[in-house]
Design a protein around this ligand. Structure first.
Ligand code: FAD
Length: 314
């Protein structure tokens, strides 16, 4: 039986779920509130070049993720990256030409609605799921899969079924991300240095060292604890701290030609639920995403695949 299935969110969890369901013959529609696909696998374009200001690289511990990364590498939308200072084992991959290269090919041929924020989900008497966007009750589906970060997913689903209140147990660390570009080479700066969770220098990455990226561009991720302490600060107040990290590392003052700070309120999962998915009693609403499983993109994919498998089993 062909079902009409809505997926809220075009990050990795939503994309793998959408592709699996569409491949099985279901009519899938993806709603994404932002103007592009990828979610936290994201690259910000600028005159100074592109900046991967969310996830830096993807790894595979399990076979399904390894197969996905191999497939995308073969397609040319992902590539291995072995920076100087690589401090953790396994193959690291980045998306091409930006991080959404991990997601875009998965959504080929699928109806993706961008700038479509779903504001409410309702179950009607006829067994349909109705989604409301800013304009009201716009859409009816047989099933809906919600892949938004847990606090946002909970706001949408807890009014439907108390089972979704468990999403409140999931904890995310925030992250302030600095994007810097320099007109001249800054040879003193390395490709990658991992620092302290309790300071502004959680991670420094020479963005331009990744395949397909150009320019003297750098990312500084504030540590999770530090970012949490400065969560409500203005970007202008955060930038000097993040630039200071680069300056201390270079051992001199630096004058970037581009300096922007972005706040990720929900960046990495600190405490996951420990279940691959959550489902309403009626079986029509499923929540998945990294918060259910753990703090890496592979966890998001695992959760998305599980949600699809559960729907295919119904
Ligand atoms: C700074 C940072 C660094 C990271 N580093 C790494 C790393 O190096 N390696 C790694 O493996 N992982 C890393 N991660 C984590 C990784 O990015 C995530 O685990 C993964 O991308 C989560 O995917 P997802 O599909 O679950 O969620 P998301 O990518 O957040 O996708 C959810 C989507 O839902 C959309 N959405 C939300 N609400 C609505 C709504 N109401 N209507 C419509 N759309 C909606 C959002 O816009 C978003 O696109 C990092 C994350 C951040 C932020």
């Amino acid at each position: 039986m062909t079902r009409s299935i809505a997926i809220i969110g075009a990050g990795l969890a939503g994309a793998v779920c959408a592709r699996t369901l569409a491949a099985a013959g279901h009519a899938v529609t993806v709603f994404e509130k932002s103007g592009g696909t990828g979610g936290r696998l994201s690259t910000r374009r600028s005159d100074a070049g592109g900046f991967d200001h969310g996830a830096q690289y993807l790894t595979a511990r399990g076979a399904p993720m390894r197969e996905l990364l191999d497939e995308l590498t073969e397609k040319g939308t992902a590539a291995p990256w072995a920076p100087g200072g690589k401090d953790r084992p396994g193959d690291w991959h980045v998306g091409l030409p930006g991080m959404s290269g991990f997601v875009k090919p998965l959504l080929d041929g699928i109806d993706v609605r961008l700038r479509a924020r779903i504001e409410a989900i309702m179950l009607d008497q006829s067994g349909r799921v109705r989604l409301a966007d800013a304009d009201g009750l716009g859409y009816g589906f047989g099933r809906v899969v919600v892949t938004a970060p847990a606090p946002q997913a909970m706001a949408l689903t807890a009014p439907i079924d108390p089972v979704f209140s468990a999403l409140g147990d999931i904890v995310y660390a925030p992250c302030w991300a600095g994007m810097f570009a320099f007109a001249e080479p800054v040879a003193e700066l390395p490709d990658l240095v991992r620092g302290d969770d309790d300071g502004p220098g959680g991670l420094i990455v020479r963005n331009g060292s990744k395949p397909g990226r150009t320019g003297e561009t750098f990312i500084v991720h504030g540590g999770g604890v530090w970012s949490g302490r400065h969560l409500e600060s203005e970007p202008e107040a955060i930038l000097p701290h993040l630039l200071g990290v680069l300056e201390r590392c270079a051992g001199r003052g630096l004058s970037p030609v581009h300096a922007v700070a972005h706040r990720w309120r929900y960046a990495r999962v600190d405490r996951a639920l420990g279940d691959n998915h959550l489902m309403s009693d009626c079986g029509r609403v499923i929540v998945c995403g990294d918060g259910l499983v753990g703090g890496r993109a592979e966890a998001a994919a695992q959760s998305g695949w599980t949600a699809a498998a559960v729907l295919l089993d119904q």
